[in-house]
Design a protein around this ligand. Structure first.
Ligand code: FAD
Length: 319
């Protein structure tokens, strides 16, 4: 594509899309109104083989995990900041039902491959990642402000070229996509002497970060979409930290953000029109750290050339 691509929104979706454009020599410009509402600044960046209460294999984890790790490693050396850690997960069963569910799932190759061991209390998973998405978007922001490829402010429609909307849970000027936003909270605090490469999870997760600190998350609320922490959320997560670590967390600070999904829980990526003038890249739910880099590569390799992205993510599935 010879025209300049206008990318609106520089969360993890817009950042990865712009970075792939830069790599492939595609002319681009990013516009962001300042990151105050960016979920990528708040999110914990966990990439896990299994998802949620029902221990569902994460869509595309096995296919994309190694590619995504290589992309983050490349970005680390390019930007000279630590971005990604390889982690293990200690996942506790909540109850007998979840234990039985895992018994059924564990024979599936896409699950078995990531299970290190299991016992009555829970299982050990390997292969998980943790990505500092906030650090990543901040480093790319600095770089593109210097080169003039990032403009901070509101997007002004011009006739300059195609626009790809990467607005996360913020209102998208595109009709017909059944967005489902939800608010999530997490806390950060001090809880020293935990193994730094192990995420503890019993429905809530506890992520050790260097320096004897932890992040604990997250809450899920589809009704109250005001981007701020609640007393109830902080209390719930403080209790979860004590339960998971066996001792209390100190100096707690809370953060909140909005994630967005659609009813089939797949991302939304591709052109919305036959003339390829308006595109979208969003619906990354709580999987932005895994889905954004891999889909951005597809967007630039295939989407910009006019080939549809894989059917499970295209906008045309809502027609
Ligand atoms: C509490 C919490 C925990 C999470 N944990 C994880 C996790 O462990 N792992 C994981 O993978 N994901 C996690 N997520 C989800 C993850 O944060 C999202 O998948 C991801 O950040 C979405 O990225 P995005 O680029 O689509 O949207 P965003 O990061 O929200 O970026 C959208 C950007 O668009 C800009 N913008 C909006 N409107 C305009 C406009 N009109 N003009 C210009 N710019 C505009 C905003 O400033 C923002 O920078 C979590 C989310 C939350 C809230």
């Amino acid at each position: 594509m010879n025209q300049r691509i206008q990318i609106v929104g520089q969360g993890i979706a817009g950042s990865m899309l712009a970075w792939q454009c830069e790599r492939e020599g595609v002319d681009f410009r990013v516009v962001d109104r300042g990151h105050a509402t960016s979920a990528s600044r708040v999110g914990a960046g966990l990439v896990s083989p299994l998802t949620g209460k029902r221990l569902v294999p994460t869509w595309r984890f096995s296919d994309w995990r190694d590619e995504v790790l290589a992309i983050y490693r490349e970005l680390e050396s390019e930007l000279n900041v630590p971005l990604v850690r390889e982690m293990r997960i200690r996942r506790y069963f909540r109850d007998q039902t979840q234990r039985e569910l895992f018994e059924k799932r564990r024979e599936k190759p896409e699950v078995a491959r990531w299970v290190e061991s299991f016992d009555y209390e829970g299982l050990w998973l390997h292969g998980a990642l943790q990505v500092e998405t906030g650090t990543l978007i901040a480093a790319l922001r600095e770089r593109w402000l210097v080169t003039g490829q990032l403009v901070e402010g509101s997007f002004e429609a011009t006739t300059e070229g195609p626009v790809i909307w990467c607005l996360g849970a913020n209102a998208m000027p595109i009709d017909g996509i059944p967005w489902q936003p939800s608010r999530g909270e997490l806390i950060t605090g001090e809880l020293p002497r935990l193994a730094e490469d192990v995420i503890l999870n019993d429905g809530k997760w506890l992520l050790p970060i260097p320096g004897g600190r932890v992040r604990v998350g997250s809450t899920f609320d589809r009704k109250n979409l005001e981007v701020r922490c609640t007393e109830e959320g902080i209390r719930e997560l403080t209790e979860a930290a004590a339960r998971l670590a066996g001792r209390p967390i100190a100096h707690v600070r809370g953060d909140a953000g909005l994630r967005v999904t659609v009813p089939d829980h797949r991302p939304v990526a591709g052109w919305t029109d036959d003339s390829h003038s308006i595109g979208v890249f969003a619906g990354l739910a709580a999987k932005g750290a895994l889905w954004a880099p891999a889909l951005a590569r597809q967007w630039v390799a295939d989407g910009l050339a006019g080939t549809e992205l894989e059917p499970e993510v295209t906008v045309t599935r809502f027609d």
